[in-house]
Design a protein. Structure first.
Length: 187
């Protein structure tokens, strides 16, 4: 099994234990939405919900959702609009695609229909208030979030490898900056 697939299996086990311990049947996690500059049509840099990006390598994908249910593959609602003005997200690809139940939507509101079968009084919905859709209002149960936050503190082998890869890319830049500083150069 790849490091990433092992990571997903670990997250699934952790989520199932957290759901059972807190009395929930499922959790829905909103990636978040694009936020725009006041009186402008330019979006700020998108920052996905950390509980969403813990599972999936989708860091530039607003309006997506993740559904976690015990004993089942995670369901990913993948927002891929037909857009004339902006470059839409590419076709879903990567090893995560085969590890999930994938539902592609073209409008953000379609996520509500794609997840409606999972919404009960015992469904935890994680996300910012502005990610809400009809029938999908984040309730962010504190006890569940606390368990998920704690689990995120322990890094899986996949996450450790990603951190090492990032450092391999960053160190040459830091060394170049140090050398420039020691030569008396500015930025």
């Amino acid at each position: 099994m790849s490091l990433y697939l092992d990571h997903l299996a670990t997250l699934q086990r952790q989520a199932e234990a957290a759901l059972a311990a807190t009395g929930f049947d499922a959790m829905l996690v909103a990636a978040g939405i694009e936020k725009f500059a006041f009186l402008d049509d330019r979006p700020y840099l998108f920052q996905p919900n950390p509980h969403f990006k813990h599972w999936l390598p989708l860091t530039q994908h607003p309006h997506c959702w993740l559904a976690v249910r015990p004993g089942l593959k995670p369901r990913v609602v993948y927002y891929q609009p037909h857009d004339y003005w902006h470059v839409p997200p590419s076709e879903p690809r990567g090893e995560w695609v085969d590890a999930v139940e994938l539902v592609v939507i073209r409008e953000p509101e379609q996520a509500a229909k794609a997840l409606a079968d999972l919404v009960t009084p015992r469904t935890a919905i994680l996300g910012e208030a502005d990610a809400a859709l009809p029938g999908l209002t984040p309730n962010n149960p504190e006890a569940l979030l606390n368990r998920l936050h704690w689990a995120r503190g322990v890094k899986s082998p996949y996450e450790l490898e990603q951190m090492r890869a990032a450092q391999r890319r960053a160190v040459p830049g830091h060394l170049a900056a140090q050398a420039a500083f020691l030569r008396g150069e500015s930025e």
